[in-house]
Design a protein around this ligand. Structure first.
Ligand code: UDX
Length: 463
């Protein structure tokens, strides 16, 4: 028994989509699976390369992606991703072929886990006959919304002309027409490519979701009924794995010592993720809305290299003087720590899926100011399904922003949302199923997932 005692390599190759809101959950997933005994290789695009030094247990492989400039988001997302998928395919195939060639006799073939937008990874995996699994970093409701376009079209549904219509979308409760990522059905060209990508299960053997049953049980069950492969909802991943930071920008931790000096639930945290941008007018209205609310606030003003100037330079002259110590402004915050801080009592957010999960996990109620895409869907669920926040319509002035903040932080309606946020936090903790010592790893879905991955890898054992 020459090979007896030699540890079988259970190798996973993870392929993240290169944007902050997608890199974070993929590296968290890597941390979870590493803790279950898998070796983790991250095959990433050159664009927005992850900070490798923060993850000494992972192997990082950089794929030449042929992209020379930063895409203007969200408009350039599709052409950028098409180019990246095209350019990364061959280098990825070469890397995997080499990996297979070099493996030892009793090693198992690697299993590929790829973010749904990195479809080249599935093409390569199918070609090399490697087991592969899809990872979705958005909500299940978002996927079902995209898939519904085809159904609505097939049913001959004619959407209202008005993109601000509050008419409910048939079969997509609780979404209104205005909550759809694209409302103009006459211009769905690019959308069909996204839908084709999202609906392609191809050779994949399972789907992993960064979501929780306590939030999305019914939509998950609905999707599972139309899907041939098992779905695993193992979120919120950032609470399951205590993964190191995967921030692409440097986190300014000084805001944590500032938070330490504030009262319980007294601070409104305002941050709009890594992509959404605010124009000069919105910035001014937001600044005075925060200032006039008389609440203490922490505000992330992310620099936008495309604009050349720092957003904080564009703040009104007398703004900083007016707010003094009552406001803290940073370029990038350690958001998970911020939301977990006892001083933070509300989150004014664009409602990206990670921000939504991070807020729910900490029981922080939200004011939703979505910018595009899935943020509109998440907002509708927060305000009309889960009840842990409300929507602030776009293009509103300082008066409405001030009133919204006061409502969340000091008024009765805000108290009720805080209560619902606390209940959701509790349900989240129950769904994580803490065990002693190693909380999260007791989570039954993760155990099942590890089992499934291991079995597939055994089935494809190299002879
Ligand atoms: C993008 C899309 O815009 C979003 O709609 C989609 O759901 C995911 O991909 P992004 O806009 O960056 O994501 O938002 P979000 O999903 O909230 O992810 C942002 C991540 O950056 C979060 O994990 C958050 O904790 C982190 N973050 C944000 C920081 O670490 N510091 C900050 O100052 C702000």
């Amino acid at each position: 028994m020459e090979n007896q005692g030699r540890r079988r390599c259970r190798k996973l190759v993870l392929v993240p989509c290169p944007f902050q809101g997608h890199i974070n959950p993929m590296l968290q997933l890597g941390t979870i699976l590493h803790s279950r005994g898998f070796s983790i290789t991250i095959a990433h695009a050159q664009f927005n390369s992850p900070q490798t030094s923060n993850h000494p247990d992972f192997v990082f492989l950089s794929l030449p992606d042929g992209t020379s400039s930063k895409p203007a988001m969200p408009h350039d997302f599709l052409p950028f991703m098409s180019k990246l998928n095209f350019n990364c395919k061959d280098p990825f195939q070469e890397i995997l072929s080499l990996m297979i060639e070099k493996q030892e006799q009793d090693d198992q073939l690697p299993c590929i886990i790829f973010e749904i937008f990195m479809s080249f990874a599935q093409e390569v995996a199918s070609h090399l006959k490697l087991p592969n699994i899809i990872f979705h970093t958005n909500s299940v409701a978002t996927l079902l919304t995209f898939l519904a376009y085809a159904r609505l079209k097939a049913e001959g549904y004619t959407p209202p002309q008005d993109s601000t219509s509050t008419e409910l979308v048939p079969g997509l409760h609780p979404l209104r027409f205005k909550d759809l990522p694209v409302t103009n059905f006459a211009h769905l060209d690019g959308m069909w490519r996204v839908i084709a990508m999202l609906s392609n299960i191809g050779s994949s053997s399972a789907i992993i979701w960064n979501t929780m049953d306590c939030l999305e049980q019914s939509v998950l069950a609905q999707y599972q009924r139309q899907c041939q492969v098992p779905n695993f909802s193992i979120g919120p991943m950032h609470k399951i794995a205590s993964a190191p930071s995967s921030s692409l920008l440097e986190e300014d931790s000084s805001c944590i010592s500032w938070l330490d000096k504030q009262g319980h639930n007294s601070v409104i945290y305002a941050s709009f993720g890594s992509i959404a941008s605010v124009d000069a007018k919105e910035l001014t209205e937001m600044a005075w809305g925060l200032a006039n609310s008389q609440q203490t606030f922490l505000w992330v003003l992310r620099p936008d290299p495309a604009k050349g100037s720092e957003p904080s330079d564009c703040l009104p002259d007398d703004f900083k003087e007016t707010v003094g110590e009552r406001g803290c402004i940073v370029k990038w915050a350690p958001q998970q720590l911020v939301l977990a801080h006892s001083s933070v009592g509300g989150f004014l957010s664009h409602c990206g899926w990670n921000s939504t999960l991070e807020s729910i996990s900490e029981g922080v109620p939200m004011i939703c100011k979505p910018a595009f895409g899935d943020q509109l869907i998440n907002t509708r669920y927060i305000s009309h399904e889960w009840g842990n926040g409300f929507e602030l319509e776009n293009d509103l002035g300082r008066g409405e922003i001030e009133r919204a903040i006061k409502m969340l932080m000091v008024e009765k309606e805000g108290q009720e949302m805080r209560q619902r946020a606390a209940e959701l936090k509790e349900k989240t903790q129950v769904s994580i199923k803490s065990g002693s010592g190693h909380p999260s790893y007791e989570c039954s879905e993760i155990l099942q997932l590890s089992y499934v991955v291991t079995v597939w890898m055994s089935l494809t054992l190299c002879n």
